[in-house]
Design a binder for this molecule. Sequence first.
Ligand code: HEC
Ligand code: HEC
Length: 296
Amino acid sequence: MSTFWSVWVIVIVLGTIFGCAWLLLATRKGQTNDTETENTTGHSYDGIEEYDNPLPKWWFYLYLGTCVFALGYLALYPGLGNYEGLLGWTSTNQWEAEVQEAEEKYGPIYAQFGETPIPELAQNEDAMKIGQRLFANNCSVCHGTAARGQVGFPNLTDDDWLWGGEPEQILHSIAKGRQGNMTPKGVMPNMTNEQVDQVVNYVLSFSGREKDAEAAEAGAAVFAQACTACHGADGTGMQAVGAPNLTDNIWLYGSTYEWIKETVVNGRQNQMPAQEGRLTDDQIHILAAYVYSLSN
Ligand code: HEC
Ligand code: HEC
């Protein structure tokens, strides 16, 4: 805050406090001890008159007390422009102290969990409660509070994995992040519209939902050429490149002809953001165990 605004704030704040105190004292009408008099203001409404009594004393002193309190408070804590207060309190150092306290309290617990193997940690109720909270704070925006995912964000509770469900694979997904990348029309950029229709029907036929059996049959050759590099010869996917299993009728995107056609024509780019650096290694370890526990 510049000096000008600092002085501006100080003048207004002190002016208000002293102004209130002055008003209180100035209107006290040289009161004696009696706070109940017969004086009236002279106003009369429907025969009801208004007394002109001084403020009750307790009220008067309470009011004065608040002015004194305000001055004391402003001497100790920041509030007057750039003046920092005698106690040197700031919201930042209060927060830092709280963080440090939390670290002292939870650090050893986290460290202990961090050393427990993931499958074992997944059985630990206390650790999983922490995991659930970490998940709610850091992951649920994308994967949902129940970790069931949504279009484009994988369900983490089923046993269907893009990148693998082994402890090490889950840990890697969370710590390093993942880039799902399907090129448009697979590795066959010159695919014709007819071939697109054929291969989409072929993919639908994995779950017995093809629209056109003949096209689906013809699609096998297109698939072999354009898709197997990532999805495998039998369409069951390849975790090394994050290519999903197309035969299990579990879908990251929509399962209809239109959705699958869109995936084939435009390809898909998807990203799981790396948590390394955002969260501590111990927190990531606990989260991996939590994700592991959801499907094991
Ligand atoms: C910004 C959105 C976003 C956030 C936040 C996010 N994820 Fe993800 N996550 C994704 C996407 C998108 C994918 C799928 C990547 C792909 O398509 O290859 C994914 C994939 C994963 C996978 C791999 C799933 C599989 O099938 O192999 C795991 C495990 C995972 N996330 C866990 C987490 C955890 C734990 C957190 C919280 C620390 C988290 N994610 C936070 C978007 C997010
Ligand atoms: C370069 C590797 C690669 C090739 C080639 C490829 N895909 Fe994919 N495909 C992927 C990846 C990776 C994903 C997951 C994208 C994501 O994470 O969002 C995917 C996703 C899909 C999906 C969405 C699955 C779902 O669960 O919603 C369909 C359908 C699909 N591919 C079909 C095909 C077909 C058909 C071909 C051949 C024309 C093909 N892919 C070729 C890598 C590939």
